[in-house]
Design a protein around this ligand. Structure first.
Ligand code: FES
Length: 571
């Protein structure tokens, strides 16, 4: 027997409560017939003028609505918290879990049968998927899509990646401020997310590889008419998914997470995918640990996009996009059987996929780089793990031992990094504390610390850096991130002093502080955490309940799901 529609508990009743639910909706001009028992589809929109990367989502919502109407559903668009990565202080990541709570509670509280998630900018995709996973209705994603390629003096320039390069060039005296400002105007030329393989495009590619969006969602430019068509088709499909009772947990299985990890290596995806995948897995009840991230360790880098390569998302889309990558992975047996929003195996995404430019999407046998997946590091400096992204690092520095120079806080770093007398050499390992989930709070993207000015001026462009922070998906360098436990939680990172020697071995998965245990015990006895920076509101709730990076930095009480119906009426 068919399951009764969830929305019938709101709109299917002929009593006072049903009157109230329907009558107020009718003030928008909806006729009686939309309440005839058809599927009600929520379009969960993170559009905001303060989230420029999602500025195209109002238009895409109209595309989704066309498809929902065409398939016989009733679309209703609703806003949720939007997180503008480049605009929010102290960091958008502080609010990812707030967005997830907003999405979860809205979906649960309203009379919806299925949901289309419209997100794009970095934290919006994982935040929406986390929230939706905790309610577990039929759910599908449409992403903003990347901006058109940036342009400066006839050359392509990439969001983020070239900002870091230009800013170092200004500090080295190789670029004038006027040139810097001109590049600023040419970088962001259309609606859409960062057009490098940053976190946003990583997550839109991974939701496609997990079968949580229709094929080509990952890379099609935001302003390409085919993305509007994709939104339309998604609207049609979600109505069918409701009829098929194809809920999110039937798509997000262990196998789909493994496919995401492998795809992340192949596309040269962001380190941020680690915390997001771990958090989503926690919501949906899939047993995924930091160690599993190494499933992608030996996967080669296939996509030649910044920050690991030279092209941009527009090029990736025209070369074949995610389906062409999945075809390569499938050809070598690296794509696991997994259900998708189509109700069919993920291998159908790869069927018939072609690559139209082998310099952008390399073959598995002639990759951009071999064994490019993220490495998990452990040792007495990171007992619960840390990560490094070899595809964006300097090979020679991935096996390195050197003396630490410690910044106790982000303020310490900003005040001293450009000092002419900073006692550092290219062998120095920069260490930054206080930038983990609890410490900053919110685990900002500052792990790719600037190279000290004294070294930039000598031509040094990379050195080993270690912190409990994250880094932007558009960033590069030999950067050890997500050290857990973080300094503010009393992790060994808190005990490092300038001059201590640290050993990094990516090949052995090692991060060791070469200080005797007895000395570390003495330092620990004297250690006191920093005073909390927030005493009220959501930020206090966050600091009191956030899990460490190796657990996805979700709030402890949000892990898991609650699919029980809300039985009490809206009074
Ligand atoms: Fe929004 Fe990069 S800042 S996607």
């Amino acid at each position: 027997m068919k399951k009764p529609r969830r929305s019938a508990a709101w709109y299917g009743k002929l009593d006072k409560d049903g009157f109230i639910h329907r009558s107020w909706m009718k003030n928008q001009g909806f006729p009686d017939q939309v309440f005839d028992g058809r599927p009600i589809i929520g379009i969960c929109n993170t559009w905001s003028e303060l989230t420029p990367c999602n500025s195209g989502l109002r238009t895409l919502a109209e595309g989704v609505k066309r498809g929902v109407w065409e398939a016989g559903g009733f679309p209703v668009e609703f806003p949720v918290t939007s997180l503008g990565e480049t605009q929010m202080k102290p960091t958008a990541m502080l609010f990812r879990n707030l967005l997830a709570m907003d999405v979860e509670e809205c979906i649960r509280a309203y009379g919806l049968d299925g949901v289309v998630l419209l997100g794009g900018c970095d934290k919006t995709t994982p935040g929406q998927v986390m929230g939706a996973a905790s309610v577990d209705l039929p759910t599908i994603v449409v992403s903003s899509g990347p901006m058109l390629n940036g342009k400066y003096r006839g050359q392509d320039i990439g969001s983020g990646t070239d900002v870091w390069k230009f800013s170092e060039a200004v500090r080295a005296g190789e670029m004038t401020l006027q040139e810097f400002m001109a590049a600023e105007s040419g970088m962001s030329r259309s609606a859409g997310v960062c057009m490098t393989m940053g976190t946003a495009s990583t997550m839109s590619s991974l939701v496609e590889a997990m079968g949580l969006a229709l094929p080509t969602n990952g890379a099609l430019p935001a302003v390409d008419a085919r993305r509007m068509a994709l939104a339309h088709l998604t609207g049609k499909r979600i109505v069918e998914m409701v009829e098929e009772d194809l809920t999110l947990s039937k798509v997000l299985t262990r196998a789909s997470f493994e496919n995401a990890i492998v795809a992340n290596a192949a596309v040269g995806g962001s380190t941020n995918a680690v915390v997001h995948l771990l958090a989503i897995a926690g919501r949906v009840g899939v047993d995924l640990s930091l160690k599993d991230i190494e499933l992608g360790k030996d996967i080669p880098l296939l996509v030649n996009c910044m920050p690991s390569g030279k092209y941009l998302m527009e090029d990736f889309a025209y070369a074949g996009g995610v389906p062409a990558v999945l075809a390569e992975l499938r050809g070598k047996g690296h794509l696991r059987a997994a259900n998708t929003v189509l109700g069919r195996d993920i291998s159908v995404y790869a069927e018939g996929a072609e690559c139209f430019n082998r310099d952008v999407i390399h073959s598995f046998d002639a990759p951009v780089k071999p064994a490019a997946g993220l490495r998990v590091l452990r040792g007495n400096l990171a007992p619960d793990g840390a990560i490094v992204k070899p595809s964006a690092a300097t090979d020679a520095l991935l096996e390195h031992e050197g003396p630490a120079y410690v910044f106790e806080s982000i303020e310490d770093l900003k005040a001293n990094i450009d000092r002419d007398d900073l006692p550092v050499t290219p062998e120095t390992i920069l260490v930054l504390k206080g930038c983990g989930p609890k410490g900053y709070p919110g685990m900002p993207e500052v792990g790719n610390m600037p190279i000290p000015k004294v070294l930039v001026q000598k031509g040094v462009r990379d050195m080993v850096r270690v912190s409990d922070a994250r880094m932007s998906g558009t960033a590069y360098g030999t950067v050890v991130l997500h050290v857990a436990p973080e300094a503010q939680a009393g992790g060994p990172l808190a005990l490092v002093k300038t001059g201590d020697r640290i050993r990094l071995s990516a090949s052995r998965g090692e991060l060791t502080l070469l200080v005797p245990d007895a000395e570390l015990a003495t330092r620990r006895a004297a250690w006191v955490p920093d005073a909390p920076r927030y005493e009220r509101g959501y930020a206090k709730l966050y600091v009191d309940h956030v899990l460490q990076a190796d657990k996805g930095a979700d709030l402890d009480f949000l892990v898991g799901k609650d699919t029980r119906p809300v039985t009490r009426e809206s009074h």
